[in-house]
Structures are given as structure tokens and as C-alpha cells.
Design a protein around this ligand. Sequence first.
Ligand code: NAD
Length: 254
Amino acid sequence: MTNLLKGKAGLVTAAGSGIGRASAVALANAGAKVMVSDISEEGGQETVNIIKENGGEAQFFKCDVSDEEQVKALVDETVTVFGKLDFAHNNAGINAGQVKIGEMDANDWDKTMKINLYGTFYSVKHQVNAMLQSGGGSIVNTASGAGLEGSPNMTPYTASKHGIVGLTKSVALEYGKQNIRINAIAPGATITPAIEGWAKNHPEQYNGVLESLPAGEMSTPEDQGNVVMFLCSDLARQISGVTIPVDGGYTAGK
Ligand code: NAD
């Protein structure tokens, strides 16, 4: 526990697993009150339990970020319960339609855009309006290394994450004078439960990926969560509109 975010309150989407869970835990460990949100009630409640076991304060609110009404309800509930919205981590993202664009099913394109890009738009829209009521705040979006470079066979994911990088830049210019900062993280390969399962079943491919990484290892969800926590804190008061690669140096070689 630190006191870096003592007195602050905010929300994390897709906080029932992986990076979102680690971010919610890091924010709570820094003293913040956290509204843990996810489409999965089970995963979200587990995150709340972890935070409470650590001595932190958290509640769960179910929200599918592809539905604007649910996103607005999440922001409203956070303000009702905690009195304000100081920070938000918009983390929900999927990677549907892993084929070349000539074989792409438009439904997979739509589904990816709806969660990744529209979900971020709905979230930022309602968060900014809540933050304007209480003197500002800090928003962090989860982009990806695929938001900074091309990635074959995942065009909708790549396009949506590039969109998040652009949205982040524009909104930083729109609300800087109102004391709202907005940034994104671009995680590189991060060892979440899904990737851990894949690594066990494909040890040779996994070792090949490790070889390609400058640090020789994937990042952990905690590595990502710590950067989110920093960006939400006043230590980052001069950082806005940027996308920070959290990838052990991978992007430096691109
Ligand atoms: P994860 O699979 O561990 O967790 C994803 C969570 O999102 C789950 O709890 C799931 O229930 C929730 N979710 C799915 N659809 C949702 C929706 N419509 N609304 C709300 N919640 C929803 O995933 P992760 O690997 O931690 O990924 C989190 C974010 O990080 C994503 O945006 C992903 O694109 C990004 N990312 C991950 C990596 C990586 O290597 N893991 C790399 C780059 C970027």
C-alpha cells in the first residue's frame, strides 16, 4: 500500500482478468477507491475480493462497454457511490477475426470495433463529462503494440487500436485546460491467463516469441497496471496525449 492515490476514486473496465485486474489492484494498493467493472460478474467479483483482502476499497458494477447506456450507468454509479470520478482505465478489448482482410467477416470487424473503439469512445465521452463536474481527472486507455505498427491477420484489432491512439491525442487537446489528462498504454506481449495456457501447449512457439523480445521475457499484467497507476497519479501531471509502450523495448526496434 502507498498513499499516491489516497482520496481519489475511479473505475476500471474489463477488470475481471489480466491487465484490468492488475490495474484495479495497483490503483487500490495506491489508496484509491475503485469501481471494478467487467462483463463477467465472476471475474469482477474476484478482483474486488483481491482488493479487499489487500485492505483496499472496491465495488463491482457489471458493464458491457459496447453498450453506451451501460457505460453511462457505470460512470453515474461510480460518481454516486464515490462522490466523483478522478480517474478511469478503459481497458476492454477483443481480437476477433484473425484472418487476412480478403477473408474478413464484416461481423468480426463490427464486433471488434464496437468493443475496442466505440467502447473507448462511449467511456471517454461520459468520463470527461463527469470529470468536468469535479475539476478534472486522468483517463488511461489500453491500446496495444498493434496500435503503433501493422499486424497481419488482425486488421480490425490493429485499426481499432490505432483509433484509440488517435482518440487519445485529440481528446488531450480538447480538455487540457479543464485539467483532464488522457493517455494510453501500448502493452506488448503480456502474460495473461489466456497466453499462459497457450504457452503451456506451444512451448517451442512460446520460446520463439521470448527470443524476439529485447528483454527476453513478456511483461506481466502488474507491469501494465503499475504504469496505469502512475498515469492516474499527480506524478504524471505533465503527461497527456501520449501512448506509452510497455513492452520491454520491443517498439524501439520498429
Ligand atoms: P483478458 O482476456 O485477461 O481479460 C479481458 C477481460 O475483458 C475479461 O475479464 C472479459 O470478461 C472482459 N471483457 C470482454 N468483453 C468485454 C466487454 N464488451 N465489456 C467489458 N468487459 C469485457 O485480457 P487482457 O490480455 O488482459 O487484455 C486487456 C486489454 O489489453 C485489451 O484491450 C487487449 O487488447 C489489451 N492488450 C493485451 C495484450 C496481451 O498480450 N495480453 C497486448 C496488447 C494489448
